[in-house]
Design a protein. Structure first.
Length: 129
């Protein structure tokens, strides 16, 4: 591994990054758990996955490694942690969706009141150009 420290940033050589990504995919761990275990910044590791896991780059699968094998090697704690993270993500998305719905409803009410108060149509008619 070649690690160069520039100020408060660390730079890793490509072979190390590919090795870490390969280990990550074999481990079945969550991205955050894997990054923490190896002392990597979560943002850096996420950037690596985005960079190397695109159509341009592909990591070769190890022969004899199947999804079932990888899942069987995961610990119960790993599943629990990932499940908790996913449930939190769902709750956050549901809150954001509800807020968006309320925002839309409030905007519609404001337009209705403005149209009523000023006695002019504000909304565009469908098909108008």
């Amino acid at each position: 591994m070649t690690k160069v420290i520039l100020g408060h940033h660390s730079c890793y050589d490509e072979s190390y990054r590919l090795k870490m990504l390969s280990e990550y995919f074999e481990s079945g761990m969550s991205m955050y758990s894997f990054a923490n275990k190896h002392g990597l910044s979560r943002a850096t590791f996420f950037r690596w996955t985005k960079m190397y896991c695109s159509e341009k780059f592909s990591l070769p699968l190890q022969p004899g490694t199947s999804i079932d094998d990888a899942m069987a090697n995961r610990s119960k704690d790993s599943y629990k942690e990932e499940n908790a993270q996913l449930k939190k993500r769902i709750r956050d998305l549901e809150k954001a969706l509800e807020f968006s719905r309320l925002e839309t409803q409030a905007r519609d009410m404001m337009i209705d009141k403005a149209e009523e108060y000023f006695d002019i149509p504000i909304r565009k008619k469908s098909g108008a150009k």
